[in-house]
Write a protein that binds this ligand. Structure first.
Ligand code: ACO
Length: 319
């Protein structure tokens, strides 16, 4: 037993911010950003919150599937940018959509979070514990960014994507890995200690990243993990119809396509318009290509995400 995507949905903030707009407050240019990242614009929240975006994406996925919220068994939200520490975003989504019989919890594996959540849902469903699940990736990364740091503020965007899953017998295989030894490559301290016994004040509360190391890590581990997954299944990149990768950077995606010797046309992207939306990037992409009618019955799809932790994952799914 495994899972099948029955419906998808998205929510993105209204405000689109172009590279030219960013160049008004940091020393950068449209040419530099496009050349190094492929990003042309991104959507940035102006009041929209992680729970609101997650709830709207979830509602759209249920509408797409024609599913009844009262019959949902499980909601998992992948996020690393929730404004509110408690309760979790998934419980807020539960309330928003009226999924009162669902069990709901959040999961943080940074930009790999959506696939970690999808894999988690697959395990629950495959074991027969639940029949269906809503898996959501939702982020307001703009709250965590130092908007005067040109090396990070140009990269990220806000948004949420959701998939509604039901039990099925199509193949769904995954690999997920973590490397905590590399925790200093990409990190963000968020809260000062409020303890009566210890005052810990964080001096830098923004996303901090070693861009070159992330680039090296991503291109290596994504290529290796996808190759391992395909080898285990007796497949080659030629057997795969589409590769849906975490949308961090166009150059990362192009490098992986070359290393896998898979044609770049098999790698749809939205990073140009949405920037890096962390755990939301893959479900946003799935929703786009599904709505464009590009997901056809029987297609073999590989997805792969990577992020802070470091965490990474790849999965193989048949549509
Ligand atoms: N505009 C103009 N110049 C810039 C900018 C900018 N926004 N940012 C950096 N520069 C400058 C640097 O200061 C440097 O100048 P110097 O040579 O005078 O010192 C020059 O450009 C080159 O900087 P590098 O850091 O060497 O640029 P690089 O080619 O490595 O590109 C980038 C930087 C785009 C961040 C690249 O390293 C990268 O793509 N890394 C991957 C990071 C990533 O995708 N992170 C996503 C978040 S993590 C995740 O999703 C898992």
């Amino acid at each position: 037993m495994s899972i099948r995507i029955m419906g998808t949905g998205s929510a993105i903030p209204n405000k689109a911010v172009t590279n030219d707009e960013l160049s008004r407050f940091v020393d950068t240019s449209d040419d530099w950003i496009k050349e190094r990242t492929g990003i042309e614009s991104r959507h940035i929240a102006t009041g929209e919150t992680v729970d609101e975006l997650a709830g709207n994406a979830a509602r759209n996925a249920l509408l797409d599937a024609g599913a009844d919220p009262s019959k949902i068994d499980m909601i998992i939200v992948a996020t690393c940018s929730a404004e509110q520490a408690l309760p979790c975003i998934a419980c807020q989504v539960q309330k928003y959509i009226g999924a009162y019989s669902a069990v709901a919890f959040d999961l943080n594996a940074a930009c790999a979070g959506f696939l970690f959540a999808l894999n988690t849902a697959d395990v629950y469903i495959s074991k027969g514990i639940y029949k269906n699940a809503l898996v959501i990736g939702a982020e307001v990364m703009s709250n965590m960014i130092n908007w005067s740091d040109r090396t990070t503020c140009i990269l990220f965007g806000d948004g949420a994507g959701a998939v509604y899953l039901e039990r099925d017998d199509r193949p769904f295989k995954f690999i997920q890995k973590s490397n905590g030894l590399k925790d200093d490559v990409l990190f963000c301290w968020q809260r000062d200690s409020m303890s009566a016994f210890y005052r810990g004040v964080q001096t830098y509360k923004y996303v901090s990243m070693d861009g070159k190391e992330v680039f090296r890590f991503a291109t290596r581990v994504v290529t290796d993990t996808i190759s391992e997954l395909l080898f285990d299944e007796g497949l080659s990149p030629d057997d795969i119809d589409m590769f849906l990768l975490h949308q961090a950077n166009l150059r990362i995606i192009e490098t992986i396509s070359k290393r896998l010797k898979a044609d770049i046309s098999k790698f749809p992207t939205n990073v140009e318009r949405l920037g890096n939306t962390s755990s939301a990037s893959i479900p946003l992409l799935i929703d786009e290509i599904r709505k464009e009618g590009r997901l056809k019955e029987g297609m073999k799809i590989v997805m792969s995400g990577f992020g802070a932790g470091l965490t990474y994952s790849a999965c193989l799914m048949e549509v």
